[in-house]
Design a protein around this ligand. Sequence first.
Ligand SMILES: Nc1ncnc2c1ncn2[C@@H]1O[C@H](COP(=O)(O)OP(=O)(O)OP(=O)(O)O)[C@@H](O)[C@H]1O
Length: 273
Amino acid sequence: MSSSTQPAAPAAPVVPAFAAHDVVVSYDRRPVVRGVSFEIAPGETVAVMGPNGSGKSTLTRALLGLVPLTSGRVSICGTPLRRFRDWARIGYVPQRLSVGGGVPATVREVVASGRINRRRRFRPASARDRAAVSDALAAVGLLDRADDSVYGLSGGQQQRVLIARALAGEPDIFVMDEPMAGVDAANQQALARTLEALSQRGATVLLVLHELGPLQPLIGRALTLDNGTLVGDGAPHSPEGDCAAPGHDHVHPHADADRRPSALPVVEVPRSA
Ligand SMILES: Nc1ncnc2c1ncn2[C@@H]1O[C@H](COP(=O)(O)OP(=O)(O)OP(=O)(O)O)[C@@H](O)[C@H]1O
């Protein structure tokens, strides 16, 4: 029998990059994420939006096991969160850089720490490791600051260090908590181009955003939270009214960050167990 007469094999089901099912997260028994469910397909670029305090950061941190679930389920690439170990696939950009304990760290050292999950244990950095770090620094426009202390950088520059740290690990899934906060307009445009290139290469990108800004063309889907509840899942609304106006009144934690050095940094990594 000719193979051309055989029916085509059914397409394999797409395993979501993230699946959240009825996720509840509480602080001091107060639920701040309340029964949220969604799936994010591989290669999607999705924004998490909503007012201050609506639970955006908590939800994204819970997806990575950085805060415990009160109830519900999360899986990453089809693996339940508690069993997920492939952290090299994930680049996380927290809301702010915090490198604890007053340990001196240069920009290059912090960015190179994003490579740890890719490096072979007890081996010195390879040429590929060094190239990945330099490429990441170049992508965020900080090559010329590579040997400076991160403590002397402005908040917006530190934000770019965090993005470079995530890029250096060459992950295929990015989770970024307000990556544009405090970053000046020119560097926001550059970061938008970097994210577009990552997206075109098939990366999955989940971003907490207060506003779409230069990322607007990239964002086809927004999850909107209000008081911990998912109240929207679909095409994002274009900014209008007060939000479209310059100087609108959202509270931005890093609004003046590019103008002053920020607090002492602590490196956050997803828990490994
Ligand atoms: N570590 C914590 N301990 C106790 N409460 C917290 C903690 N972190 C956040 N919260 C509270 O949980 C709620 C949700 O906070 P979260 O930071 O997740 O919201 P958000 O939407 O990301 O806010 P923002 O836009 O201001 O960053 C808020 O009421 C906040 O005060």
